[in-house]
Write a protein that binds this ligand. Structure first.
Ligand SMILES: [Fe+2]
Length: 143
């Protein structure tokens, strides 16, 4: 995988690990759960922003990745909705874990599509100049 996508995959792995930790946490440890949820929100929002600003637009322009990119925007939207709902449930409520599990399932699907199809097609169809610029923009935004 070329460099810009490697940076995005690092984020994916970070988020997956965080969610695993959240699901394994005790419902009695409310402070910890709140802290991890705040971190998850921050990570996801930044990651979505980076993808939607620097990664998706050039992919949307290419025929090979156009449709899948439009789907990816919608998948981000679903993640945002689920994340918003999670914020409205008490962290010690059993529904919190149920909602988080559904969020994890959606994210896993989205991440898998990006890593195994969308990014693979994108790196074949985008020029080196575009990929290099993308890498610079992502690295800058992550800072
Ligand atoms: Fe994404």
């Amino acid at each position: 995988m070329s460099k810009p996508f490697k940076l995005l995959i690092e984020d994916h792995n970070k988020v997956k690990t965080l969610i695993k930790d959240m699901l394994a946490s005790s419902s009695k440890d409310k402070a910890k759960r709140k802290e991890m949820l705040a971190q998850l929100k921050q990570e996801l929002k930044l990651h979505e922003k980076i993808e939607e600003k620097y990664v998706y637009p050039p992919m949307e322009e290419k025929k090979a990745t156009h449709d899948m990119t439009l789907e990816a925007y919608q998948e981000h939207h679903v993640v945002d909705v689920l994340l918003g709902e999670l914020g409205h449930v008490d962290v010690s409520d059993e529904d919190w874990k149920a909602k988080l599990t559904v969020l994890e399932e959606n994210l896993t699907h989205h991440i898998k599509e990006e890593e195994t199809e969308l990014f693979v097609k994108a790196q074949k169809n985008l020029s080196n100049d575009v990929l290099n610029q993308m890498e610079k923009d992502i690295a800058e935004a992550k800072r």
